[in-house]
Design a binder for this molecule. Sequence first.
Ligand code: TRP
Length: 469
Amino acid sequence: MRTPILSYPTHAHGRRETSPATKAGTVTGWSSRAAFIAAAVGSAVGLGNIWKFPYMVGANGGGAFVILYLAMVLLVGLPILIAELGLGRTGGAAVTRTFGRIAHELRGGHLWNAVGWLGAATAILILSFYSVIAGWALAYAWRFSLGSLQGLAAEDYSARFDALLASPAEMIFWQLVVLGAAAFVASRGVRAGLDRAVRWLMPVLAVLLIGLGIYAAIIGDAAAALHFMFTPDFSALTPEVALSAAGHAFFTLSLGLGAMIAYGGYVAEDVAIPRAAGWIALFDTLCAIAAGMAIMPIVFGFGLDPAAGPGLVFVTLPVAFGSMPGGALVGTLFFALLVVAAMTSIFALIEPMAASLADGEADRRKWVIRLTALTAILGLISVFSFNIWSDVRPWGEDKTLFDWLSYLTTEVSLPFGGLCVAIFIGWVAPRKTMEHMFDSHFAFKLWLLSIRYVSPIAVIAVFTHLTIG
Ligand code: TRP
């Protein structure tokens, strides 16, 4: 029997209030364990899975990289995922108060709340450019659904993408549509908004992924894709590759900014956190592999470049969709998949701030609107980086403002946040904070060993590699 160590008001049905700040009587937790896992997988599965993972696999040794990546998920990602979910369940979803509540017996314990503030601020900054990219995906879904991208010459596809990037008005329009939809869901609250949305969006995502994978296998070159993704080339494995695998394990599980802390704050007492974390990591990995098997057969079947990087999704793949049978429909569905994957990640990017600032239902709507408006304004930095400010490169010629925003958030702030979480839960917080969440003492010891030594060392290695190397 798991017993809560810090007690908060309990709802009539045994569900704990998300945080003491929430008005008593409102049902705010996840409706079920499945809904919680769907929401967390929705946060984890995003642009990182759909274009970055397949491309990384191909560039870094195929099956050998997949094995290494799985090891990193188990050694680095899973322990921190368990820690974040457990932190949230113990200290509440309001990430700017979670740490202080758990460390309230320690002198200066509330100073750890700074980690929550940093995470919540990082989430809004990430959202400011993530929603721009989600807007591109929405624009492409719209264009394919109109059939206006069919049968163009190959070079026209890059011209179309360049034209989108050159138009601030168009980019702002699509970003606002994305943010408006996300704000609508987020403002309705956890149970009536997020929970309901992910319960139908995640099955849609699964059907789209599987459907596109099957069509890709029929129309493309599945054998070449399998060979590219899974033939192990152990000679390609270098320390660099191990570090990028660790970094990606971290990013893809949405760690380091409090998203999983917030989501953990809405979990009922009877859900076994370590096991749920295992399912989340497994589904995230399966989605990444499925995305690879939906994209790579098309890339090889149509003689495209698998290492095209960021342009792969918006320039290279449209060439194939534009010429294949049923391409308008397939293109529409593919970009709809991307929009759904991004949308369920966007919910998780709003949540750390929303949970921290809002006090009750009506207040939540107000804060979500404010946060969305702030995000849209910050989003202008990213939008203008591709056109009127493309020459603004304040620190070095190779990085635009968009590049800096993405670099400082995902490659500096996220690993730093993850490191703080590992140190806090492994060394600072009382041991009983997490112990009761494990079924077996052995599992707890194993987790403690990882969170105290393995995860911090791995994160420091990634951190120094990314910032200095
Ligand atoms: N995991 C997401 C992806 O793979 C990206 C991401 C990183 C994220 N950190 C997050 C999403 C925090 C939501 C919340 O694309």
